[in-house]
Design a protein around this ligand. Sequence first.
Ligand code: SAH
Length: 223
Amino acid sequence: MAWRSSGASNEALIENLSGNGLIHSSRVKQAMLGVDRAHYAPYAPYQDSPQSIGHRATISAPHMHASACESLLPYLKPGSRVLDIGSGSGYLTHVLAELVKPGGTVVGVEHIQPLVDIGTTNTRKSQEGRELMDNGGIKYVKADGRLGYPEGAPYDAIHVGAAAADFHQQLIDQLRLPGRLFIPVEEAYMQHIYVIDKNEDGTVTRKKEYGVQYVPLTDAPKE
Ligand code: SAH
């Protein structure tokens, strides 16, 4: 399934993902058409596959980014506040920012400074990215994402782009009522996506989705 959707241009990639049923929402499709993956993936950007971006990080496959956006979509409206933990290349941070503009904010959290810099540089390659960086629509910070980013809380949506050892209550605490957390969690040598909803009445519900392979959410490497 991964390779079937590859294309010769960003538009072809997104149209193929859509045609193959990997993007259902027209809002997600528009947002992904609006962000050229070539600014974020160092080689073969229009392949539907993950790629190394250095520093032991990987830009996820476009179909995974689409799936994450579709899962969080009910919480992504103009003006929404979003946290993207393990922002890496910055690709998903930018797509999420397209989904919450105008007036929304996405904070991309990375614990490796060179990746904070790479995300910033990549986002500034396009005019839309520069505008979002300049008007507060996107902000990158260096921090341990396992603690969330309390300065920007509460968030309508939190995306975790690395596999967590547990559900990290601090992240759930930083969700708005209502709000949604999308998080890959390690269990018994496997990883699964969990979608955790904090409901309007403060109750929390947890749904196990599909199996995945993400790089781990870890301590920062020694500098
Ligand atoms: N969404 C990114 C995924 C990058 S890979 C993309 O598609 O480009 C996962 C990222 O999580 C890596 O960049 C890694 O440095 C980062 N990461 C791992 N543990 C972290 C932590 N504790 N805090 C913040 N970032 C972390």
